[in-house]
Design a protein around this ligand. Structure first.
Ligand SMILES: Cc1cc2nc3c(=O)[nH]c(=O)nc-3n(C[C@H](O)[C@H](O)[C@H](O)COP(=O)(O)O)c2cc1C
Length: 184
């Protein structure tokens, strides 16, 4: 059964962030509503314009809007969404979330979320196998986050190893498998 709910799609500063456009497109096709939240670093890899054009909603990336008078209400976002999907999730964001740090809008949404949370870590082989990353990952799993493990394959560094973000169709299939029946 396909998941057709409201999704906050968190995108972080990984070379694999372009794949999230395809994830968003597939989720929209099957009936989801999507609000994209970028970390500050995400915009170095993909443009907000691509995501806002696709989803029909401006991408949010900071706690306050440019005029400093409007608040991007993370609590409303957290209660609006039926799934918080963080794909890709960098080692940095993983560490932030595992330790309750709140320096980005995305962290604030995560800390306020009542919905299911699914995260797809993506990084280089050696980062993925570092003990600190393993510790942080096990904390997130204990905290109830659904982790989609990265794959073995060619990496942006030119090496072949672990840490590759799965293909968008696999991410969407995993969402449907885990959460597709929840809204039926
Ligand atoms: C070209 C390039 C590619 C990167 N790809 C990744 C990546 O796939 N995974 C990762 O954990 N960090 C990656 N980084 C490092 C992150 O961009 C950096 O840690 C950043 O601070 C992450 O911020 P964020 O977690 O708030 O998005 C990359 C950096 C560069 C310059």
């Amino acid at each position: 059964m396909q998941f057709t709910g409201r999704v906050v799609l968190g995108i972080t500063g990984s070379i694999s962030a372009y794949k999230s456009l395809f994830v968003a497109r597939e989720l929209l096709k099957q009936g989801c509503e999507i609000q994209v939240v970028f970390t500050q670093a995400a915009a170095q890899f993909v443009t907000p314009l691509s995501f806002s054009a696709l989803t029909g909603k401006p991408v949010l990336s900071s706690m306050v809007q440019g005029d400093n008078q409007t608040w991007n209400n993370h609590i409303e976002l957290a209660s609006w969404c039926q799934l918080l999907l963080i794909a890709p999730m960098t080692a940095n964001t993983l560490a932030n979330l595992a330790n309750g740090q709140c320096t980005e809008l995305l962290h604030a949404v995560y800390l306020s979320a009542k919905s299911d949370v699914m995260a797809c870590p993506a990084m280089d082989h050696d980062m993925w196998h570092h003990n600190s990353v393993k510790r942080n990952l096990s904390t997130l799993i204990q905290d109830g986050v659904h982790i989609m493990m990265p794959e073995h394959g060619p990496l942006a560094s030119g090496l072949v190893g672990d840490g590759r973000l799965p293909e968008p169709s696999q991410i969407v299939a995993a969402i449907n498998l885990r959460f597709g029946t929840r809204l039926a």
